[in-house]
Design a protein around this ligand. Sequence first.
Ligand code: AMP
Length: 282
Amino acid sequence: MITFDHPADMRNWSDDAHRQGKRVGLVPTMGYLHQGHLSLVEIARRRADLTVASIFVNPMQFGPAEDLERYPRDEAGDRAKLEAAGVDALYMPTGANMYGPGYQTTISVAEVTSGLCGEARPIHFQGVSTVVAKLFNAVRPDVAVFGEKDYQQLATIRRMVRDLDWGIEIVGGPIVREPDGLAMSSRNVYLSPAEREAALALSRSLEQARCACRSGEVDSDVIVERVRSVVATEPLVQLEYAAVVDAESMQPVDRVGANTLLALAAQVGTTRLIDNTLLAAA
Ligand code: AMP
């Protein structure tokens, strides 16, 4: 696995791969890798000849009161995992190589980012779309893989690529969960044992909502109420939002239809967790 920390070097490698007629796949991450990330690498490997993973903890997507400073890091462990997973190149730009002196350009995707996580994290998606745009320009992937765990992020990137005529194929990978249902996340490491246990209310509430849908429930308010009542049984979990939205536009819908997403965010102690599920009407 070859490592690059400068966009020009990364681009040279990718241009060379393209000259050889190879398809390049990209999996962007912030590191502290788990099986969720590695499942995306696996998807990228199936869809491309050469796979690039990036690791960059992007300051632009963290708010002033968020966890940028304490975000977990494990460079040696991440390298070993990516190498074992068959990644061909690791792009790990330094902060200065990503945002040089005088940096002032951002990309913002309007409607898709207006609700859900965009409400509590007003600058978050602008940071995400900007850094992903820069990763795309450095890696020049033919295909890029993002997890459905961050569904609003996936929808934002899809919209950006379409709006900017990028011609990059965007693929979503299913949420990978711990055996007890908790969605894998680098942030789970922050949870105390009691919080880790309480956090199961989130996946449990989504399962109950799916179950209600299977029994014929289509009313969004009823489904959200079901989520609220399950989460309310855990005093350590404070629900920030639960919403039923169209999975492409991220706008609220009154009833479950085709391509409907139930998404939630919650505070568990000092840790903010998100989870979601697609809903299908019976
Ligand atoms: P992050 O390192 O948290 O920025 O995540 C990098 C990529 O991995 C994003 O596309 C996430 O959606 C994806 N990801 C994170 N957790 C999971 C998971 N449990 N299952 C699938 N994909 C995930």
